[in-house]
Design a protein around this ligand. Structure first.
Ligand SMILES: Nc1ncnc2c1ncn2[C@@H]1O[C@H](COP(=O)(O)OP(=O)(O)OP(=O)(O)O)[C@@H](O)[C@H]1O
Length: 314
């Protein structure tokens, strides 16, 4: 199997590049290094390998954050000969929490020399615009507003370089907490319709973590052919903060204002324009009264290494 590193030098405010330079020196096996030049490039690289129909299997290792893994899967999903791995070198790194990621060169050597069949895992699909995928989560509302704010923040690269990236997230959480207007939501799941009012956010998860370590969907398992919807509604701003804090431990599900359910497809229709994110990246605004459909494509991609969380124990 040939190993290809897709390195995002801009991840973690540019700190990923110096990390890569140090990591590269520890590699004792043949590899290719492809540096991404900007948004969309990792997807194009992965698509090239997927379309190549290579006889030999390819291990594509994302050296970056969740945005880099997201792009690689957007390009490589469905190609059986492409196996996706990662070295967490971004700011949030939820992929590394929910799935297996490589920490050292030795772990990659052991993987390349081993005989473990890569598990086939589920991929989330979002029927919005030209279509999106998600490997971690996708959702609308308050959390997408925070993703948008932090993504656009002029301070993010600087604070990431100084190791204070989490501060940007905290600042935009407070800002969104003050400014965000809740919305009404109609959910259709497996033929059943549910109405929610005063909604802060609705997130659809493929694995437990989002937002840089928050265990939003403790029951999620990317190998079960299902996705999980979490709707948070009818909360005061103060209680929302409390719930947000408890999400780090996955303890928020005890609050009656948090509704969670499993399914294969969720159609979400908000009564006003609401921001949407896919894997923590801004994906635009939903249109009032127009449903966004979240679904799952079972076993659509192959993970290098064992899955870290979930109940299937693969
Ligand atoms: N050469 C580049 N210059 C600028 N941006 C780039 C470059 N290559 C890729 N990108 C973009 O950088 C963005 C952020 O990358 P990534 O998500 O991997 O890191 P992060 O934001 O630090 O980590 P996380 O998403 O885990 O918080 C992605 O949207 C990607 O498209």
């Amino acid at each position: 199997m040939k190993a290809v590193f897709v390195v995002n030098p801009a991840a973690r405010g540019g700190r990923a590049l110096s990390r890569w330079k140090a990591f590269r020196k520890t590699l004792t096996f043949p590899f290719r290094e492809l540096m991404t030049k900007g948004p969309g490039h990792a997807k194009a690289i992965a698509r090239g390998f997927a379309a190549g129909g290579e006889k030999e299997k390819v291990l594509l290792i994302a050296f970056g954050g969740d945005g880099t893994v997201h792009e690689i899967l957007a390009g490589a999903a469905g190609a059986d000969h492409v196996i996706v791995g990662s070295v967490s070198a971004g700011s949030g790194n939820d992929f590394g929490r929910g799935y297996r990621s490589f920490r050292t060169a030795e772990e990659i050597v052991a993987y390349l020399g081993g005989r473990t069949a890569p598990p086939s895992l589920d991929l989330g699909m979002v029927n919005f615009g030209d279509g999106f995928i998600f490997v971690n989560s996708s959702g609308i509302g308050f959390d997408a507003e925070i993703s948008r704010g932090t993504g656009r923040s002029a301070f993010k690269p600087l604070l990431n370089r100084t190791g204070l990236g989490k501060l940007v997230y905290a600042l935009y959480t407070v800002r969104a907490l003050c400014a965000f207007r809740t919305f009404s939501l109609e959910v259709t799941a497996d033929g059943k319709q549910m109405d929610y009012h005063d909604v802060w956010f609705a997130t659809v998860s493929n694995q437990p973590y989002f937002g840089g370590g928050m265990k939003i969907s403790p029951e999620s398992d990317p190998a079960d052919g299902l996705i999980e919807l979490t709707v948070v509604s009818r909360l005061s701003r103060v209680k929302l903060l409390l719930v947000f804090g408890s999400v780090f431990f996955g303890a928020h599900t005890v609050f009656r204002e948090v509704d969670s359910r499993k399914g294969r497809q969720f159609s979400l229709k908000a009564d006003r324009e609401v921001p949407l994110h896919t894997d923590g990246e801004d994906a635009g605004d939903t249109q009032p009264g127009r449903p966004v459909v979240f679904s799952v494509r079972p076993g659509a991609w192959r993970l290098a290494g064992q899955q870290r969380t979930g109940r299937s124990g693969i």
